[in-house]
Design a protein around this ligand. Sequence first.
Ligand code: NDP
Ligand code: ZN
Length: 179
Amino acid sequence: MSSDSVILLETVNFAAEKHRNQRRKDAEQTPYITHPIGVARILSHEGGITDIEVLQAALLHDTVEDTDTSIGELQAVFGQTVARLVQEVTDDKALSKEETKRQQVEYAPHASHQAKLVKLADKLYNLRDINRCTPTGWTAGRVQEYFVWSAQVVRGLRGTNPALEGHLEELFKQRGVEL
Ligand code: NDP
Ligand code: ZN
């Protein structure tokens, strides 16, 4: 039986290899892997989460959406729970961008508690990232639109983790967006 630290290293290594050629949408083209690591770190450091499956799902949360990874592969390597959590936070690639955004709002309240935690940390990371540095090519209007949509998703995730929700609420308040 592997220790939690060994499992987490396996997981972060898997994610790093999968995202190895990807970059964030910022001017510095930050390596993409900083995002999943940061999402897991928000959960542990700010959310007080020690549930290893949640931390693993955070590390892997964009592998299926953004790389050649399949849910079956995650199930074989990391087990059913982690694979199911990643599935819960993965957008359906067959849908249009608009439909995907609508689905996230609709699905949020129905997600499992563990998946809601990953979603909250993902939104918190991305909003902080946008505040740190506007993604390449985004107008102020598009940034505001992103905050408004994120608030609609986060509304459906409330009652999950007071610390993370508090930080999100503050970010929305700074933009004059009602949660
Ligand atoms: P998004 O608008 O969803 O792009 C944001 C996503 O990119 C984040 O959720 C995050 O997802 C990822 N990301 C990567 N780098 C960063 C970063 N530095 N900071 C924050 N997030 C980052 O997707 P699209 O670019 O495909 O745009 C689609 C939508 O945008 C459409 O619905 C359209 O309506 C709207 N749009 C609006 C425009 C406007 O001017 N108002 C213009 C064009 C499109 P992850 O967690 O997966 O990494
Ligand atoms: Zn993400």
